[in-house]
Ligand binder design. Sequence first.
Ligand code: MHF
Ligand SMILES: O=c1ccn([C@H]2C[C@H](O)[C@@H](COP(=O)(O)O)O2)c(=O)[nH]1
Length: 302
Amino acid sequence: MARHPETQYLDLLERVLHTGDKRIDRTGVGTFSSLGAMMRFDLSDGDFPVFTTKRVYWKLAVKEMIWFLTGDTNIRPLLAEGVRIWSDWPLATYRRQTGEQISQQAFESRILNDESFARKWGDLGPVYGKQWRAWVAADGRTYDQVATLINDLRTNPSSRRLIFHAWNVGELSSMALAPCHMVYQFHVSGIGSQPRLNLMVFQRSCDLFLGLPFNICQQAALVHMIAQQVGMPAGELVWSGGDVHIYSNHVEQVTEQMAREPRPFPKLTLLRRAADINDFKIGDFQVSGYDPHAPIAGDVAV
Ligand SMILES: Nc1nc(=O)c2c([nH]1)NC[C@@H]1CN(c3ccc(C(=O)N[C@@H](CCC(=O)O)C(=O)O)cc3)CN21
Ligand SMILES: O=c1ccn([C@H]2C[C@H](O)[C@@H](COP(=O)(O)O)O2)c(=O)[nH]1
């Protein structure tokens, strides 16, 4: 019998835990780290790789992807959708600059209720959405890489330049965090007979316990969204990682997770044809047959 695709993830956890290099990282938490990993997930027939060996809050991850696609870089619309995964970084900046030891909850309420406070303190700088939808180039022009990609997929599917990219070197220092999933390269297979849309992602830095389960399912969701827009079925997601690491305060969690048996992946149905790539809403995503093991909580390193 074919191995469950999630075993690629469990094997990677085991390898990094046992052979990773132990070091102190930027956050001061410490990691076990290895260089280089690849995983492949079949997305055909609506297969949706939401890991099952712990509950993954796939709606949060898909909402984050929809937010990237809007081009927004402020956490306010995320908070309005109940997504709190980006609050720690602007919160740390606020505390450092004002000296006020505000709680996360109070900070988030102010962002939601006070528009000018949100404008001043809720912005992450020119992170993913800005680079994807409005990269400012040396010629002074603004480039919408996602719109170009979709146009190229429709008109020139055999292109080897079906890429969008977030590592804008000149703007890294104004970002709350440098991009982690930084290169998205699309590929159409079966041109002329049965075209399928595939995606390879390069992620330079990956928090294997908290980040990766979100990243895989949101990248799969992106393929399904773009596939719908260009009228092709989804094919394969190829994920590649640079510095893949396990934080030292996640060791107990991943040890528990590695002992669990994967269950079948759920199926994704897009309930509606969106007018364009800017028009997707979380309610368009219907996931059926998701039956994960229990959640496992862990703290995020800031
Ligand atoms: N150290 C670190 N790891 C990351 O994965 C990460 C960052 N930093 N910084 C930027 C974003 C934020 N991301 C995050 C942040 C937190 C969770 C997290 O805490 N997930 C919980 C559930 C959160 C909730 O219910 O609100 C989980 O169990 O998956 C996931 C991704 C991914 N990225
Ligand atoms: O989508 C994401 C975003 C971030 N991460 C992780 C990877 C690292 O643990 C940190 C970023 O720290 P750097 O020092 O900038 O590498 O966030 C992730 O896994 N997925």
